[in-house]
Design a binder for this molecule. Structure first.
Ligand SMILES: Nc1ncnc2c1ncn2[C@@H]1O[C@H](COP(=O)(O)OP(=O)(O)OP(=O)(O)O)[C@@H](O)[C@H]1O
Length: 774
């Protein structure tokens, strides 16, 4: 279409030009136009002669040339896919110019003539008949002024400026190419404009210069002022280009801002590379997959008969209670199959939920669990145990792509969900885990699965375990990896803590470690351990300031109930503190208990352990204590578990890792080069360590001497005596007794009995105090 219009434009132009020379000769043949015998002189033959006759003689005269230009321009616009709204403007203005010029030229002719054409001539006469020659001339002038004002924004000022400016300058301006270009910039139809300008000049005999500067001034103005509306595109381009040099400048500023430590860190990283925490054990080999056992009855086998039978029984039982269903589907998991039903409209969900026992009876199976409704789905789930449960091996869980490609900080492969997907969770995100379940339901296996997962994924430099095992036998296998993965107190022999009284020291020591780590993080302006370690690896933290790479610490407590029973509040307080605060500094707690009663899992502990695993428990109450809801009592045992991280419950078959497998893994790791010692926790000096024996003399209570005299006189070292005699509160009396013990006046704590008084009389006391002050 574009090219057709271009060609037509050219053809029209050629015809018109030719018409100027051959028009007269062709006059005679016009009447015989369609005949082939007739030969026209026009360069475009009969077609050209006829069209030119129409346009020029019978139409608008010479200004018809503009039409050929407009046709050509239309072709260009369409070919280049330019804005058609602009083209429309050209056509409107072009046609108006043609009409104006035609009338204008017709003004000077006295007969039909090619100058203004029939239209120009006739319109002239029409106007002259009504408003006379002068009126027509003024009307034409008015037309021109309107055109200039609208098209080029010319105002009175422009004309005043125009006359003021020097003629020579103006001439020069006009002559320069620059201005022509500027004029081009402003006026879209520049060609027609220059044509117009010329014709205007000849018509009104306005000096050419007077017009030119108007345009040139105007274009200068345009350049200095904000962009004219007609050309938003060009202006936008300029705006886009401008910021480029500024960007470069910003980059330079950023370089200047770099702090000195950063530069030093960059240099260090350049010279030595990033800090590698695994460097000391760079040859450490992660345990291989073949250390884990593969089982024969792994993988899910579909028993069609069982599925059909269960389905029929469920539908039947529901029908017996007049509950119709619209659809039923089954998902087979490793230990249970989930039947999802969609009840008919108008059936109450609670009605189905109440039929749990009836369905269990009709299926004659234990561990039926009804989930009504399944969160996020519009269905009701009935979990029915498979007759033949399959084992989920640790091998399959560790080998799964999900675990192998996980980018978690502390990934744990728990087992497989009901849809047979490997469940991988991040201990660092939990941030602490509570495990509960009756004896023999798979708790110890679960703990081993957690530890094994970490051993397969984390280098000894990245994670350390603190193991508390009151049963003494469950975690002993991990003794072999003491110097690789375990953390212990400086003075303790064994890394695995089996003595409940020692647990208190370890927990308090972990609290100190926590406080120390927070201090380090504060000094390094980091919010968590991941940020801190990243900064340390980038060598932005100076080891001379006490900074060091911080491994994650995982505290595992088996049989937490036993611990609470023997140590009570003393363990609860540090555990609660760690649970509340330790997440950011990489200390994570895993607590397992057989007896999930409320006095073991107290409110404060529960509140800080949003992630929970429940193996089978014996009562609904226990299930409620762990999961805040029923469900754990309906599990089938042997690693069947419910996992929650605060919201919905997920049924998982725990990955099974047997003792020989753990033994092989620890053997494999233990046989490799290790650190010189286990990871040292900060020293904690407990009460029996004798801190209160070192109380400074200057720090003694004002009533110290008086209290000593009372005790020696009465020969009875009790705080209540001091309370009574000196009218003190218990705390102050207790502190006084501690100070008396430190001074060697009374003996150590002896339970319910009063302390022994070591000074026999007041004279001896005087002597002792006098010796002290020397
Ligand atoms: N995920 C599992 N898959 C298959 N069998 C399992 C699984 N977990 C546990 N079992 C079976 O259950 C038995 C008991 O498991 P486990 O020793 O872990 O119980 P427990 O809860 O730790 O008991 P306790 O509290 O008395 O120590 C295992 O010896 C094993 O045969």
């Amino acid at each position: 279409m574009g090219s057709l219009l271009i060609i037509l434009g050219i053809l029209l132009f050629i015809s018109f030009v030719s018409f100027l020379f051959t028009g007269k000769e062709d006059q005679s043949i016009l009447a015989e136009f369609p005949s082939r015998q007739v030969e026209a002189k026009n360069w475009a033959s009969q077609f050209g002669a006829k069209l030119s006759e129409w346009f020029i003689t019978k139409g608008f005269g010479i200004p018809s040339f503009i039409f050929s230009g407009l046709l050509f321009l239309s072709g260009v616009y369409i070919t280049l896919n330019l804005k058609l709204s602009k083209l429309r403007k050209h056509w409107i203005w072009g046609t108006l110019i043609v009409i104006w010029l035609s009338i204008f030229l017709g003004f000077f002719t006295h007969k039909y003539d090619i100058l203004g054409g029939v239209i120009g001539y006739e319109m002239n006469h029409f106007f002259q008949d009504y408003i006379g020659k002068i009126g027509t001339a003024l009307l034409l002038a008015f037309g021109l002024i309107v055109y200039l004002a609208i098209r080029f924004n010319m105002t009175g000022d422009t004309f005043v400026n125009l006359f003021k400016s020097a003629k020579s300058d103006l001439k020069k301006d006009f002559g320069s190419e620059e201005n022509t270009a500027a004029a081009d910039d402003v006026v879209p139809i520049d060609n027609s404009l220059s044509e117009e300008a010329e014709s205007i000049k000849s018509a009104f005999e306005i000096p050419l210069e007077n017009l030119e500067p108007t345009i040139s001034n105007h274009s200068k103005l345009e350049k200095e002022q904000p962009a004219p509306k007609a050309e938003p595109k060009k202006e936008i381009e300029v705006v886009i280009k401008d910021p480029e040099p500024e960007v470069e400048m910003q980059v330079e500023v950023a370089k200047e801002e770099k702090s000195e430590t950063d530069n030093l860190a960059d240099k260090l990283v350049e010279d030595f590379g990033q800090f590698d925490p695994t460097l000391e054990l760079s040859n450490f080999q992660f345990p291989t997959l073949d250390l884990l056992k593969k089982y024969d009855n792994e993988g899910i086998s579909i028993d069609q008969d069982e599925l059909e039978e269960n389905k029929n029984r469920i539908v039947e039982t529901l029908n017996n209670y007049k509950i119709g269903i619209t659809s039923i589907s089954a998902t087979i998991g490793p230990t249970v199959t989930l039947y999802e039903i969609v009840p008919e409209a108008g059936i109450r969900i609670s009605k189905i939920k109440n039929l749990e026992d009836d369905i269990a009876l009709s299926l004659s199976a234990l561990g039926i669990r009804i989930i009504a409704p399944i969160p996020g789905k519009g269905t009701i789930g009935i979990e029915v145990p498979n007759k033949k449960a399959t084992i989920v091996s640790m091998h399959s869980a560790i080998a799964s792509k999900k675990f192998q490609s996980s980018k978690m900080q502390l990934p744990i492969a728990l087992g497989k969900t009901i849809s047979n997907e490997t469940m991988v969770v991040d201990l660092a995100k939990m941030p602490h885990l509570l495990m509960a379940g009756a004896t023999g339901q798979g708790k110890s296996v679960g703990l081993n699965a957690v530890l094994t997962s970490l051993l397969y994924k984390k280098h000894p430099a990245e994670v350390k375990f603190v193991l508390v095992d009151p049963k003494k036998v469950e975690l002993t296998l991990f003794n072999k990896i003491e110097r690789h993965y375990l953390a212990k107190l400086p003075d303790s022999e064994d890394a695995i803590i089996t003595d409940n009284t020692k647990v208190i020291n370890t927990l308090n020591s972990l609290c100190i470690e926590m406080d120390n780590r927070y201090e380090l993080l504060k000094n390094a302006f980091c919010r968590n351990i991941a940020e801190y370690n990243k900064k340390f690896k980038e060598r932005k933290l100076n080891p001379n300031d006490g900074h060091q790479f911080l491994p994650y610490i995982v505290l595992v407590v088996d049989e937490f109930a036993d611990l609470i029973m023997t140590a009570g509040k003393e363990v609860e307080t540090p555990i609660a503190r760690l649970a509340q605060l330790a997440r950011a500094i990489g200390i994570h707690l895993i607590i397992a208990t057989q007896r999930p009663s409320v006095n073991v899992i107290t409110g404060i502990i529960k509140a800080n352990f949003p992630a929970r695993i429940a193996f089978r428990v014996t009562s609904k109450i226990d299930s409620r204590t762990i999961l805040d809801g029923a469900g754990a009592d309906q599990l089938i045992g042997r690693g069947d578990m419910l996992y929650t991280q605060g919201n919905d419950l997920i049924r998982i078959q725990c990955a099974f890792v047997d003792t020989p497998e753990v033994e092989r893994i620890t053997e494999f790791i233990g046989s490799q080069k290790a650190y010189p010692d286990a990871y040292m926790l900060p020293e904690y000096v407990g009460e029996e360590g004798g801190t209160n024996l070192d109380i400074d003399i200057a720090d003694r209570d004002k009533l110290f001497k008086e209290a000593a005299e009372i005790i020696v006189t009465a020969q009875q070292g009790s705080a209540s005596l001091l309370q009574r005699k000196l009218k003190l509160g218990y705390n102050r009396a207790g502190r006084l007794i501690d100070q008396l013990e430190a001074a060697g006046i009374v003996g150590g704590f002896e339970g319910s009995k009063a302390r022994q008084v070591l000074v026999t009389d007041l004279v001896a006391l005087e002597q002792l105090l006098a010796n002290e002050s020397q």
